[in-house]
Design a protein around this ligand. Sequence first.
Ligand SMILES: [Ca+2]
Length: 600
Amino acid sequence: MLPSMPMSTSISLLPLIILPDAHSRSGGPRCGGQKSALFAALLVAFAVLSAAVGRAAAPPNIVIVLADDMGYSDLGCYGSEIATPSLDSLAKNGLRFTQFYNGARCCPTRAALLTGLYAHQAGIGLMEGDSGFDGYRGDLSRKAVTVAEVLRPAGYRTYMTGKWHVTSGKGPNSNNANWPVQRGFDRFYGTISGAGSFYDPATLCRDNQFITPLNDADYKPKQFYYTDAISDNAVKFMEDHAKDHAQKPLFLYVAYTSAHWPMHALPEDIARYKGRYATGYDAIRQARLKRARELGVLDPRWEMSPTVGKWDTVKDREWEIQCMEVYAAMVESMDRGIGRIVAELKRQGRLENTLFVYLQDNGGCAEGFGRKSNADEIKDKVLKSMGPDDLQTKIWPPMQTRDGRPVATGPGTAPGPEDSFAGYGRDWANVSNTPFRGYKHDGLEGGISTPFIVHWPAGIPESRRNAVVNSPAHLIDLMTTCVDISKAAYPKEFKGENIQPMEGVSLVPAFLGRDLLRTAPLAWEHHGNSALRDGKWKIVTEFRANQPTKWELYDMEADRTELHDLAATQPEKLKELAAQWQAWADRVGVQPWPLKRLAR
Ligand SMILES: [Ca+2]
């Protein structure tokens, strides 16, 4: 389905070119001057028409920007106090989805985004380790194709910068068959694994080559900071594209690690948030809720879930405040990079016909990384400095800076610089996920809800600009949408393997203000946290103390924040949805949790 606007432009010109035939048949009065003037007018009309048709037929550029470990309310246009002017501007001139879902964690989300399948079908139901089951190989399945593998045969040049995180082959000498360049991308700059220092990321690669921030001949910034490196290299790929492949559409996948732990940001960005979080968790949550309601991205009927952190009892308040200041700075620096990518599209005249989408891989992260002091462990530590070619192999402490300083964690260590390693923790994650319950890992709305911004002037009618889309949508829909708008062929067979059919629906109807054509429920499973969404109904369990909690049932129209469990009052509906979830789980290859490891 093509967007209606370019089509209607061309249709309105049709009578002009039908005119000459009609005149000659009717034998009406003519003279030489009139005839040539008419002919000239027709030529102009034909040229305009051709251009219009050409525009309509030209496959759009596609840019997908994915952020890491951020909550539903972390962007300005979704209620945040964090400055995100670039994303706000895309939203203002595009669409914001209010019920877009990710896969609750880094690896499964990336697998589903790249393949249009549920994560288990793509081989990554858990993370990168091979658990012996097809749904949990920790490597992108060969019975799946990536968006890049689908778009390239349709004439696209394909680029990626940032975090890959869908393979178990992560070392310089490991099997790289599932690295970006082997999975459809013409160029790659980024990290093969997840997490790590923003000043010295582990598994940093250019195409298939391991590099360090110091020995990369193609990128020599004054100050290496991974978020900037991801933005700078994305812009560089686009500049090269304009030089060497200007006639081709481009597909660019930018996977930032902002704002995943560690809380690393540059001092000038942190300074802008100094003191901003001194009011504590609840005040920020309330302000975000109010703003999000005003912006129309939260239904006022949905009550706020309880604030988890108790600000009055926080011991290291200054450190807690600093953690959130740095988190905000990480988001703002990413937004600035996104602004540069948009500016380059504009400079190349591509922005009009670029489908630009932004989303986050999972909700705010309540993990304990970087929350405990390691002062005793690093005291009096004498370390050797690293040479420019020495690879950083650590993604968390114990680790060191390249000049030989040990990296300090936990309270007492100001987050931000390269010798620090902090996580902002559960209570700020609860703020990020305002107004929802749950965190990264969970099937609760706080774990799986993401902002979803779509910008595409040639594909979204002007009357729809700045509109909000309330239809539930999911990562699996991105492949289907890309196939729809690019007219690429989704293969039944690829490199000798049978390819599983796409699971999602095209989002194009939502761009035009119509309903999505979804016929199946959406479902989740990640280390025993499970959920299913069918229309307004949702069931969800959490895996706690070695067993799943009982299914809870929610009416998402009335209660998106999952505060009023209807399981006891609507047992038949619960039973029906639980059976749907089990059928889905059996179909996509979910195994009972904890996984029983199979002998290989
Ligand atoms: Ca993540």
